[in-house]
Design a protein around this ligand. Structure first.
Ligand code: CO
Length: 285
């Protein structure tokens, strides 16, 4: 292998997202799924919620439907209870993940299982290929203890939620989009090359400290609360600032299919959206 074949990803664009509300009035920051960044195929949405004021989160996300994609919730701090009408139920706490494949349709609620203290986490929407949009719904809790923490040396660690990093395989389910989801922590000035799978589209989101990403000469510094969209091929060189850094890295294989979105339904055509609304209104979820 010669040097020119060792490609490295660059940061193509940067967003700080937009403040919004969802559920019964939970305040959050939407980073993907905005007028600025509609999606990063097949990543449809990323929300970051974070507050130590229960008034901001206590109302939660009462019962609502989904069809045609998957939701992945990752709690860094706090507790969230999931319950759906297909028998899926669980509470995730500090460091846990809940993975719900809505498929043909579920009605679920996601409510805080705490009345005080910090709640900080993410919800990601991943698209399903056309052939899987009407599959049976699926749900799994992944407690923190089931998420491998990889020691990468010199104080750098990665929690691998989905995908493969060296010999480690994350607990996320196998999907056609082959998601890679990692929570990477670096000490001050720590460095790592993140093995984002070839051909995957994705992002890096800094939620603590600062990090410079990309190859030398095209390195881009992201501060806390900034999300960088990655270019197409190669690993992602990451160097933390003087306070260290913590990043959420998500990448997945693009579907390159038409996307028709309407609120909690994500299909391929408008007529499938009309069908979803009608099926939900007739109680077929
Ligand atoms: Co939901």
């Amino acid at each position: 292998m010669t040097l020119e074949h060792i490609e490295q990803r660059r940061i193509e664009r940067v967003t700080r997202g937009m403040p919004t509300e969802d559920g019964a009035g939970v305040k959050l920051t939407r980073l993907i799924g905005t007028p600025e960044i509609g999606d990063i195929d097949p990543i449809l949405m990323l929300d970051n919620f974070g507050s130590d004021d229960p008034n901001v989160y206590i109302a939660g996300f009462p019962a609502h439907p989904h069809r045609g994609f998957e939701t992945v919730s990752y709690m860094i701090a706090g507790s969230l209870r999931h319950k759906d009408n297909k028998g899926g139920e669980g509470v995730i706490t500090d460091g846990g993940v809940q993975w719900m494949t809505a498929g043909r349709g579920v009605v679920h609620s996601e409510m805080p299982a705490q009345t005080s203290g910090l709640m900080f986490g993410f919800q990601l929407w991943l698209n399903l290929p056309a052939a899987e949009k009407m599959r049976e719904p699926w749900y799994r809790d992944i407690p923190a203890a089931q998420i491998p923490q990889i020691d990468l040396g010199a104080g750098v660690t990665a929690k691998l939620i989905a995908g493969r990093w060296n010999a480690t395989v994350g607990p996320g389910p196998e999907r056609e989009t082959a998601p890679f989801i990692a929570d990477v922590a670096l000490p001050p000035q720590g460095a790592v090359s993140i093995p984002v799978p070839g051909g995957h589209a994705g992002f890096a989101y800094v939620f603590q400290g600062k990090a410079a990403l990309g190859p030398g000469g095209a390195r881009r510094e992201l501060g806390k609360g900034e999300l960088g969209v990655l270019s197409a091929e190669g690993g992602l060189t990451t160097v933390a600032g003087s306070d260290g850094a913590r990043l959420l890295i998500v990448a997945a294989k693009p579907l390159r299919e038409p996307v028709a979105k309407h609120g909690p339904f994500v299909m391929n055509t408008q007529s499938e959206i009309r069908q979803a609304v009608s099926d939900y209104q007739r109680g077929l979820f």
